[in-house]
Design a protein around this ligand. Structure first.
Ligand SMILES: *[C@@H]1O[C@H](CO)[C@@H](O)[C@H](O)[C@H]1NC(C)=O
Ligand SMILES: *[C@@H]1O[C@H](CO)[C@@H](O)[C@H](O)[C@H]1NC(C)=O
Ligand SMILES: *[C@@H]1O[C@H](CO)[C@@H](O)[C@H](O)[C@H]1NC(C)=O
Length: 202
């Protein structure tokens, strides 16, 4: 809280400069989505590895997208085999390949690590954790922001009627939901496609 407030106010004060910085950043991110063939091969290999283990059970159905979530703070969101949420700067890290499934209308999604098979969940206190079994703590609302960025807020929990978001700090660490705001860069992500054919599809 104490850390965020001053820097955000500073950002507002410098909003003219900021617009420029944001514009540059989004160009960088779009460029990032043009992966090298080697990166794409490595990422596709991640999903191949998982295919036999896949078990949708009652999550069967709904639109499924395979994506990496690249944060505006320049990290790929990961969910590891211990259910830890973190950030990586390695674009071929298999724990960063995510299955994003539509759960219900109104942009409610569940996000699962393809390799770890853990869902991202947020509890009442706003802490992020990977969960083996899907429940409604794993539901997030996708909010479309300007400049290609999206934000993901808990569909279940709010704090003092404020939304709580999935967020990665400048150091790539997950933030407590109650420290997050829709307008903070830490809550902004670009969903990046992981497969060549998907890029052609649209
Ligand atoms: C693909 O995955 C296998 C097993 O996980 C690994 O041994 C191999 O090096 C990977 N290949 C590439 C191109 O990343
Ligand atoms: C999270 O990522 C950071 C930066 O890559 C790393 O230093 C740290 O050890 C990671 N933490 C866990 C729990 O994996
Ligand atoms: C919320 O999640 C954190 C991290 O997993 C855990 O330590 C904490 O006990 C949980 N709180 C509640 C109320 O479930």
């Amino acid at each position: 809280m104490r850390i965020w407030t001053p820097s955000w106010n500073l950002r507002n004060a410098l909003s003219g400069l900021c617009v420029h910085a944001i514009f540059l950043l989004s160009s960088i991110c779009v460029a990032w989505s043009d992966r090298t063939p080697e990166q794409l091969a490595a990422i596709m290999n991640c999903s191949k590895h998982e295919r036999h283990a896949r078990n949708y059970d009652y999550m069967e159905g709904g639109d499924v997208r395979i994506r990496q979530l690249f944060s505006r703070t320049q990290w790929f969101l990961t969910i590891d085999d211990n259910g830890q949420i973190n950030g990586t700067q390695d674009p071929t890290n298999c724990y960063s390949v995510l299955e994003i499934r539509t759960v219900s209308e109104g942009g409610v999604l569940a996000i699962k690590g393809v390799k770890s098979q853990y869902y991202i969940s947020m509890n009442r206190t706003g802490q992020l954790q990977g969960k083996r079994n899907y429940n409604d703590n794993c539901n997030f609302k996708e909010v479309f922001l300007e400049n290609y960025f999206n934000a993901y807020s808990s569909a279940k929990w709010t704090r003092n009627s404020r939304e709580m978001f999935i967020a990665l700090s400048q150091k790539g660490r997950p933030l407590r939901g109650r420290k997050t705001r829709r307008e903070h860069v830490a809550s902004h992500f670009i969903p990046m496609k992981c497969r060549e054919e998907e890029r052609r599809a649209d």
